[in-house]
Design a binder for this molecule. Structure first.
Ligand code: UFG
Length: 338
């Protein structure tokens, strides 16, 4: 059974391709390599023993997208990761984000309609909730005004998919990720941030290995146990496994509604200092860090109510924070030796 994975050479995409292959799916990757490398395809093959089909093109190109769907028949489902994801960059270049993230989705949905592909799993984000009024946050929490154009593209994308499903056969599972971190246990795939990382964990590992001088901890005056902001960090392989379950669910027509929405987190909130402590413990490295002002746009605390995903998908994140930090560190060490 063929599954199209857009953004399949990216961070979450590559881990999902491996899990799909290991569950018996045939994977076709589409990626424009704007934020990833062709060599990821080789590393996927090293892990699974199966080389996924790889097509390099940009999904904002309508003709190429429609031609792709002509070329490959019998695609059973699509998992759509391909998107820009840097929050700060999106504030600087909003049109770049709206164009890329929304045009590609529209083209994809058109291609799916043309080829009668009904099932799509969409990468959404807990950013759609902003700072929720109640924690843990459930899927019913109100969608707050987006803090960034990036977050806004996720909100609009959810609505585009919902509205499309009202008029054609589209069925979708929208997965709202909390904070994915860590890497595959093989250390053959992981997160490859270009330039200076925006996210906490790659910044930690790059600081420990000497690429960065010091980590800035953004704020220690939040209303949390140690004053630093709290997030729900989830291992990328746990996250990837949920995608396989979601696509299985739609292919087996087990979904109860045309659109289903699930939070993907662990349900546990950890502060920035908790993450640093875990890193120091598992790596044996002392991290050079300094407390600085809050980062504009950051929410204070957010973690998931995962009961819906646990009960309905029969899925639960298994990896601990220490597991996540060790795999992130092993990945950084593997990158150094490349
Ligand atoms: N942080 C630091 N120093 C850094 C980087 C991050 O202290 O150098 C802190 C942040 O202030 C925040 C926490 O670490 O408190 C996590 O920050 P990340 O940048 O790793 O993650 P965010 O929670 O800001 O963003 C992530 C994803 C987004 C998504 C968002 C939803 O990167 O794509 O979650 O909340 F939209």
């Amino acid at each position: 059974m063929k599954i199209l994975v857009t953004g399949g050479t990216g961070y979450i995409g590559s881990h999902t391709v491996v899990e799909l292959q290991q569950s018996g799916y045939e994977v076709i990757i589409v990626d424009n390599l704007s934020n990833s490398y062709k060599s990821v395809v080789d590393n996927i093959e090293r892990i699974s023993g199966i080389r996924p089909v790889f097509e390099k093109f940009d999904l904002t190109d309508q003709k190429k997208t429609l031609d792709f769907f002509q070329k490959y028949s019998n695609i059973k489902g699509v998992i759509h990761f391909a998107a820009f994801k840097a929050v700060g960059e999106s504030v600087q270049f909003p049109l770049k984000y709206y164009h890329n993230n929304l045009q590609s989705l529209v083209n994809l949905l058109n291609g799916m309609e043309q080829s009668k592909v009904a099932n799509i799993v969409f990468s959404s984000s807990c950013t759609v909730y902003g700072q929720p009024d109640e924690l843990p946050v459930t899927e019913q929490a109100p969608i707050k005004k987006a803090w960034s154009p990036y977050g806004h593209t996720k909100q609009i994308s959810e609505v585009i998919i919902e509205n499309t499903s009202k008029v054609n056969s589209t069925k979708a599972i929208l997965l709202r990720y909390f904070n994915p971190i860590g890497a595959h246990e093989s250390s053959l795939i992981g997160e490859l941030p270009l330039g200076v990382p925006n996210n906490l964990v790659p910044f930690i590992t790059q600081t420990a290995i000497g690429i960065r001088k010091e980590l800035s901890v953004f704020g220690n005056d939040y209303n949390t146990h140690d004053g630093t902001a709290i997030r729900d960090y989830i291992h990328v392989v746990d996250l990837a496994k949920a995608h396989v379950i979601a696509i299985d669910r739609m292919i087996n027509t087990e979904n109860k509604k045309k659109i289903e929405i699930f939070n993907l987190g662990t349900g546990n909130g950890f502060s920035v200092l908790d993450v640093i402590n875990s890193f120091e413990k598992v790596s044996g490295q002392k991290l050079n860090y300094n407390i600085v002002d809050r980062r504009p746009g950051d929410v204070e605390k957010v973690w998931a109510d995962t009961r819906f995903a646990n009960e309905v998908l029969g899925w639960k994140a298994e990896k601990t924070l220490d597991n996540m930090m060790l795999s992130a560190w092993n990945w950084e060490l593997a990158l150094k030796n490349k």
